[in-house]
Design a protein around this ligand. Structure first.
Ligand SMILES: Cc1cc2nc3c(=O)[nH]c(=O)nc-3n(C[C@H](O)[C@H](O)[C@H](O)COP(=O)(O)OP(=O)(O)OC[C@H]3O[C@@H](n4cnc5c(N)ncnc54)[C@H](O)[C@@H]3O)c2cc1C
Ligand SMILES: NC(=O)C1=CN([C@@H]2O[C@H](COP(=O)(O)OP(=O)(O)OC[C@H]3O[C@@H](n4cnc5c(N)ncnc54)[C@H](O)[C@@H]3O)[C@@H](O)[C@H]2O)C=CC1
Length: 442
């Protein structure tokens, strides 16, 4: 059986490795328009901010690794069109040569594209997205220039906050804009985002929230940014206002989710039984919402790629749904969340309440200590946990993984009250903050 995979980044790579490692009878053809694969975008801000020495280790695999396993890999090759009736993809290499690849099964892993604010002056130089490795190289080159002093970041979501930190670390004057009234509004409630906003300002980032960018001014290079509150000198603009699914290849043939992502079932199969979709180009089932949604994360791309690979290979593996677990760490402050914030839950029509707790991580007699904040969001009637947020200068990631499982398994806030959590002064308090938050739940 021959499977063609369009897109060979995190989702396509996971699908290809699953097929090549478990189903020897499979012929796998991978096609990607880029010059590189497996780039960890999350490393861009670390490298631009010189928290890691180079970008070399931000790639975890390469074309040759798949060729060694027997795959054919066409890099710098764009799939221009797909004939879903004849089951053929039409390819064009960067040098203009064209060819066709027939398929028995097709896996679409074409990912996402940065949302384009489409503003006047958008084509001036020194305005960049931050999606590809090449974008990271471009921003790193520009930020290294002496004549680039003022950096404007549009979008205070995950990319925007992380790259704003990087620009501060490189000694730039940074303005961070968002139409929301706080940073990270899509992931956390205000009890958390106000701490992040304060930290960003304390570190020298000039925040401009509830402010809409209207245009860019300049002759060759961008010189000023115009918003509904004023205009500001700028030498470099980084635009990070979210991703949209890249589904131009199948939009006229396959069923689409409300934001344009491909609808898929629990096997990652689209409305065409020979076509699967994974990663940022596909919708995903939220265990918190109990319905399909769109969450563009590398972790989801990998898991959905594995599920599609097994199903194409002949194993009817079902995806278990996600909670959209995510985390951010800037200036040594960590925030992690899973499921829904109160705001997101209410926006989706869920009737939720929440319990908050803030305490020291360890008992007072321990020399090393740090404050931890936790919020648990749960449905009023079912008392099912639907979300959690945590913040500290300590690594609290294991806590949010537990909450992710709790949401998936429909654990209630009452079940959490007496959950067996160990006590050791090096790690926590006898009455640790998770138990205390649950015990204080209404
Ligand atoms: C700066 C940054 C930081 C991030 N940090 C994190 C993080 O910390 N944690 C996390 O979970 N997620 C993070 N993400 C999100 C994560 O990178 C994406 O969710 C992930 O890349 C999705 O993988 P994908 O394979 O579905 O899509 P993509 O990575 O978008 O890959 C799609 C691939 O398809 C190819 N392609 C598209 N159309 C065609 C075509 N017509 N023909 C041929 N090839 C095509 C593209 O070249 C690309 O290689 C970050 C993203 C960015 C930009
Ligand atoms: N640590 C992590 O897990 C990371 C994950 N990612 C993922 O990559 C994807 C893309 O990241 P982002 O681009 O940061 O998207 P995002 O969704 O995290 O943030 C977009 C931000 O832009 C704002 N915005 C939207 N339109 C705007 C406008 N016209 N003007 C000003 N602000 C506007 C939104 O309010 C939001 O705060 C997301 O799915 C994100 O979760 C990215 C970086 C790190």
């Amino acid at each position: 059986m021959k499977t063609v995979i369009v897109g060979a980044n995190h989702g396509g790579i996971a699908a290809a490795n699953t097929l090549l490692d478990h189903y020897p009878d499979q012929r796998v053809v991978m096609i990607d328009q880029n010059t590189n694969i497996s780039y960890l975008g999350c490393g861009t801000a670390l490298w631009v901010g010189r928290q890691i020495d180079s970008y070399q280790d931000l790639f975890y695999t390469k074309k040759e690794d798949f060729e060694k396993k027997g795959a054919s890999v066409h890099m710098e090759t764009t799939v221009k069109k797909i004939d879903f009736e004849r089951k053929v993809v039409f390819c064009e290499k960067t040098d203009g040569r064209t060819f066709e690849e027939s398929y028995d099964k097709l896996i679409l892993a074409t990912g996402s594209l940065p949302i384009d604010p489409n503003l006047p002056g958008q084509n001036l130089e020194h305005i960049s997205f931050l999606k590809l490795f090449q974008d990271g190289q471009n921003v790193d080159r520009l930020i290294g220039r002496m004549d680039v002093e003022h950096v404007a970041v549009i979008g205070a979501g995950y990319i925007g906050v992380e790259i704003a930190e990087a620009a501060i670390r490189r000694g730039k004057k940074v303005k961070l804009f968002d139409i929301a009234d706080t940073s990270l509004a899509g992931y956390y409630d205000e009890w958390f985002t106000k701490d992040m906003d304060h930290l960003l300002e304390e570190k020298g980032i000039e925040t401009h929230f509830k402010e809409r960018v209207l245009a860019f001014l300049g002759t060759t290079f961008v010189e000023r940014i115009v918003t509904d509150h004023g205009d500001y000198k700028t030498d470099l603009v980084i635009s990070a206002i979210g991703f949209r699914p890249n589904t131009v290849l199948g939009m006229d043939h396959l069923k689409l989710f409300k934001n344009g992502a491909y609808c898929v079932d629990c096997h990652q199969q689209t409305s065409d039984p020979d076509v699967y979709a994974v990663g940022d180009c596909a919708a995903i089932y939220s265990n918190a919402l109990k319905k399909k949604t769109y969450i563009a994360l590398a972790t989801n791309a990998v898991r959905s790629g594995i599920v599609a690979g097994h199903n194409v290979g002949g194993t009817a593996l079902e995806e278990t749904g996600v909670q959209g677990s995510n985390g951010i760490s800037v200036f040594g402050y960590h925030m992690v969340s899973t499921g829904l914030s109160v705001k997101a839950a209410q926006k989706s029509g869920l009737d939720v309440i929440y319990t908050d707790f803030e305490d020291w991580q360890r008992p007072g007699f321990m020399k090393k200590n740090a404050k931890v904040k936790v919020r648990i969001v749960y449905e009023k009637d079912s008392r099912r946990i639907v979300g959690a947020q945590m913040a500290s200068t300590e690594d609290i990631s294991m806590g949010i993984h537990m909450f992710s499982l709790a949401i998936e398994q429909e654990v209630t806030i009452d079940q959490l009250k007496l959950l067996d959590l160990f006590f050791l002064p090096h790690f926590n308090q006898p009455y640790n903050y998770i138990t205390m938050a649950a015990l204080s739940a209404k």
